[in-house]
Design a protein around this ligand. Structure first.
Ligand code: M6R
Length: 357
């Protein structure tokens, strides 16, 4: 039931601060310490490389999951699009373990990979929102997202929930491996939940950005570096699937290797600037496209912001920035679709779960 909300998507965007808190609670054991079942930690400990398999938004979450697992837990990770992996398996490491990320747990592309790797005898973990779903039942282990049902075709709260669960898995694995994290994830996630709340409370400002940048455009580019690049991919997917604006996400340095040819007077380019080590670089990329006439929007994080940035996010731990920076992108897509009278919750040609290969 969407209650007083005009669309499920808006309701699900608004639920994200509560979902973050719920996930933390769900994964807290005794003494409020984050815990993961020991058998899952053991399987991760035995693996020499993790292979994340997913599609669409869940694939985008996987790209960030790789950063978490490598940077926090020190485990090498590859991330693959399910529909490609099954038909062109790369050379695997000696002791691979597979992580399937799927909101629905029913995605056929991911399932065909699970079936293959089970035949090969490799261990598997599914991260899903739906307990009892096919990918959950068929994998060795499951971690639940605790996001509550996601009805809108465009995934929002499942994405941030996936990031949160991947962060918890990474932090707990780090501890099991005796690695110092250097921060308290429970505390940092509390800050994230508040920062998300601050974003959903700024709907009017964000709707105005959607209006100013996207009301008449045919296309839009998202740029970012490091994790901002991955969030840009998600922003582009969200925008295209519900507003039908042609949108592409790029690594900031990559546009000039070809795509910059598409920049015309007024082409919207949305840049994310939340990563300190590349803040100057992304701003340089923004200048490159602005000089060719692009209508540039900079979404930055406080502390890295400059005068004239379009939208400034409250500061959170650098690894957790995707959980916050994606929120204005979800809202921008929502309002862009609304302004175009699109069917926000049920975009054309799409189904909530894709159960055919
Ligand atoms: O249920 P899944 O997470 O496996 O679904 C994967 C994709 O089909 C899904 O994320 C799709 O890209 C969404 N509509 C994006 O908003």
């Amino acid at each position: 039931d969407k209650g007083t909300y005009p669309h499920y998507m808006l309701k699900e965007i608004d639920e994200q601060p509560a979902v973050m808190r719920k996930i933390i609670q769900a994964y807290q054991g005794e003494n409020e310490k984050l815990t993961i079942k020991p058998e899952i930690l053991d399987a991760l400990q035995t693996a020499d490389r993790l292979y994340i398999i997913a599609a669409g938004t869940s694939f985008h979450a996987g790209l960030i999951g790789k950063e978490y697992l490598e940077k926090m837990a020190g485990i090498p990770v590859e991330v693959h699009v399910a529909s490609e992996f099954g038909y062109n398996m790369p050379l695997l490491s000696e002791r691979p373990m597979f992580i399937f990320i799927s909101q629905s747990g029913e995605t056929a592309d991911s399932r065909q990979v699970l079936v293959r790797i089970k035949e090969l005898g490799f261990p598997s973990l599914t991260i899903t929102n739906v307990s009892g779903s096919t990918l959950s039942r068929e994998a060795d282990y499951t971690l639940l997202l605790h996001a509550g049902p996601e009805i809108a075709v465009a995934s929002t709260k499942a994405y941030t929930a996936q990031l949160a669960v991947l962060a918890i898995l990474s932090a707990v694995s780090a501890e099991a491996r005796g690695r110092e994290l250097g921060f308290d994830l429970v505390q940092e996630m509390g800050i994230v939940a508040n920062a998300i709340q601050a974003q959903v409370d700024m709907k009017e400002e964000i709707e105005q950005l959607a209006h100013d940048y996207l009301s008449t455009t045919r296309n839009c580019f998202f740029i970012g570096r490091l994790m901002d690049y991955f969030v840009g991919l998600e922003g582009a997917l969200k925008l295209k699937e519900i507003s039908y604006i042609q949108a592409e996400g790029f690594a900031g340095g990559e546009l000039k290797h070809g795509t910059i040819a598409l920049i015309e007077e007024g082409t919207p380019v949305i840049a994310l600037a939340t990563q300190e080590s590349v803040n100057l670089n992304i701003r340089g990329n923004v200048k490159e496209v602005a000089a060719r006439g692009a209508n540039t929007m900079i979404i930055s994080m406080k502390g890295l912001n400059e005068d004239g940035d379009s939208h400034v996010l409250p500061p959170v731990h650098e690894l957790l920035t995707p959980l916050v920076s994606v929120i204005p992108l979800q809202l921008i897509s929502y309002y862009a679709a609304l302004h175009r009278d699109c069917d926000v919750d049920k975009p054309r040609n799409l189904a909530k779960s894709v159960t055919v290969e």
